[in-house]
Design a protein around this ligand. Structure first.
Ligand SMILES: Cc1cc2nc3c(=O)[nH]c(=O)nc-3n(C[C@H](O)[C@H](O)[C@H](O)COP(=O)(O)OP(=O)(O)OC[C@H]3O[C@@H](n4cnc5c(N)ncnc54)[C@H](O)[C@@H]3O)c2cc1C
Ligand code: SF4
Length: 353
C-alpha cells in the first residue's frame, strides 16, 4: 500500500476544504471499502480525511414526520434504531442483510452509499477495466458476468452497485444532503448514483470534495419490506434484491414504490412497474404483469439471464407478502375486502359482484 497522510477535520467545512483543495485526498468513513481498495492498489489517495467524528452521528425525527440520518451513523446503529425499525422496516431489513455484524459496526451511512462495485475485474489490477482505468475496456463483457447488471448497462460497463441500504433508501425516496466547496445541496437519491454510459469511471454525480452529511427520509406511508436473493444466506452480495413500499386501500394500489438491487449500476427504481400498478387492483396477476413490464428492458448476458425471471418473481413475492400482511385471518382488510377488492359475499365496495 502507498504511504498516505491522515487528518481529522474539526468540522464539515474544514473537511470539505481539505479534500476539495487536494486532488489526491479522500474522505474516510469506516474504511471497510476504501482501505480494502487501497490495499489492492485500486485507489491510491495520498491523504485521508476522517469524517467519522464530525457531528453527524445521530438519527433524528423531523417536523414533517420524516427522519434525518447523520452520515456518520454506523450501519448497525441505524438498523437497530427504534424510529427506523418502526417506520421503515425495509431499511432495517436491508441493513441487516448486508455484510456481517463486525462490518456493520464500522460501516457508515455515507460510506455505504459510496461503496464501489464488486465486479471481479474492477478489483483485479491485471485485467482491463474502464471503471478502474478509463479507456482500457470491459473484461466482464464476454467474461465472468454472472453477478453483473441486466438493466441500464452500456457497452463500456455492466457493473452493479452493491449496497443493500441504498436500495431501501431508493424505495423510500430518500434525499441525500451534501456539503461542498460551493455550499450545501440536496440530491434525491435517484440522482446520486449514475448509469455507466460512456464514463463508467464515475459512480455518482458528486464532485471531488463534496461531503455527504445526512440522508433524509420522508414520512413513512404504507407497509415496506426488503428481500435479498443471494448464493448463500449470509456474507454475500445480492444477485437480485427488492425493496418495496406498498399502500393498498379497498383492494386497490393507492401507492407503490419498488427498487431493485443487484441488477444495475445504481439502485434501480422500477418506475414502469409502479406506474402500471398505481390505482389498479392489488392482485398477484397485476403484480406479475407489472414486474414483466419492468423487466422488458433487460439486456442480460448469457451468464446472468437467470436474473430476469428471478427479479420478476422476487418483485411478485415481495408485493404479495406486503399485500397479504394487510389482510386479517379471514383474508380481509380494514374495509372488509379481500385481495381482489370483494367482501365475504363476493361483492365489491359498490355492492356488485
Ligand atoms: C466482506 C464484505 C462483505 C460485504 N457485504 C456487503 C453486503 O452484503 N451488502 C452491502 O450493502 N455491503 C456489503 N459490504 C460493503 C460494506 O457495506 C461497505 O464496505 C461499507 O458500507 C462502506 O462504508 P464505510 O463507512 O466503511 O466506507 P469507507 O470505506 O470509509 O468509504 C467508502 C467510500 O465513501 C467515501 N466516503 C465515506 N464517507 C463519506 C462521506 N460522508 N461523504 C462523502 N464520501 C464519503 C470514501 O471516500 C470512499 O470512497 C461488504 C463489505 C465486505 C468487506
Ligand atoms: S463491468 Fe465495469 S467494473 Fe466490471 S470490468 Fe467492465 S468496466 Fe470494469
Amino acid at each position: 500500500m502507498r504511504a498516505f497522510g491522515y487528518e481529522r477535520a474539526a468540522d464539515a467545512q474544514a473537511a470539505v476544504a481539505l479534500v476539495a483543495g487536494h486532488p489526491g485526498a479522500a474522505f474516510l468513513g469506516g474504511g471497510t471499502n476504501l482501505v480494502d481498495h487501497m490495499k489492492l492498489g485500486i485507489v491510491t489517495p495520498d491523504l485521508l480525511v476522517d469524517v467519522t467524528r464530525l457531528p453527524f452521528g445521530t438519527v433524528e425525527e423531523r417536523g414533517n414526520g420524516g427522519v434525518r440520518i447523520g452520515a456518520a451513523v454506523r450501519n448497525s446503529d441505524l438498523a437497530a434504531h427504534p424510529l427506523v425499525r418502526q417506520r421503515y422496516p425495509v431499511l432495517t431489513q436491508a441493513l441487516v442483510a448486508g455484510a456481517s455484524g463486525q462490518l456493520r459496526n464500522l460501516a457508515t451511512t455515507g460510506g455505504n452509499l459510496l461503496q464501489r462495485t464488486r465486479c471481479v475485474y474492477f478489483q483485479d489490477r491485471t485485467t482491463p477495466c474502464s471503471k478502474r482505468a478509463p479507456g482500457t475496456g470491459c473484461s466482464a463483457i464476454g467474461g465472468i458476468s454472472r453477478e453483473l447488471a441486466i438493466l441500464g448497462v452500456s457497452e463500456h460497463c455492466i457493473a452493479t452497485h452493491p449496497s443493500d441500504m441504498a436500495v431501501a433508501m431508493a424505495a423510500l425516496d430518500a434525499v441525500v444532503q451534501v456539503q461542498g466547496p460551493d455550499g450545501p445541496r440536496s440530491i434525491p437519491i435517484g440522482e446520486l448514483h449514475r448509469l455507466p454510459g460512456d464514463e463508467p469511471q464515475l459512480d455518482t454525480t458528486l464532485a471531488h470534495g463534496e461531503l455527504i452529511t445526512a440522508v433524509d427520509l420522508p414520512s413513512a406511508v404504507g407497509r415496506s419490506a426488503y428481500r435479498k436473493v443471494r448464493d448463500r444466506s449470509s456474507y454475500a452480495f445480492a444477485l437480485v434484491s427488492v425493496a418495496a413500499v406498498l399502500d393498498v386501500a379497498d383492494g386497490a394500489v393507492r401507492d407503490v414504490r419498488i427498487a431493485l438491487g443487484g441488477v444495475a449500476h445504481k439502485p434501480w427504481r422500477a418506475a414502469t412497474a409502479e406506474t402500471r400498478l398505481r390505482g389498479g387492483p392489488a392482485t398477484e396477476d397485476a403484480f406479475r404483469a407489472a414486474a414483466e413490464a419492468e423487466l422488458e428492458a433487460a439486456t442480460p448476458t448469457e451468464q446472468n439471464a437467470f436474473k430476469v425471471p428471478l427479479a420478476r418473481s422476487t418483485i411478485v413475492a415481495v408485493l404479495r407478502s406486503l399485500n397479504e400482511s394487510g389482510l386479517n385471518e379471514s383474508g380481509l382488510n380494514e374495509s372488509g375486502l379481500n385481495e381482489s377488492g370483494l367482501n365475504e359475499s363476493g361483492l365489491n365496495e359498490g355492492g356488485r359482484p
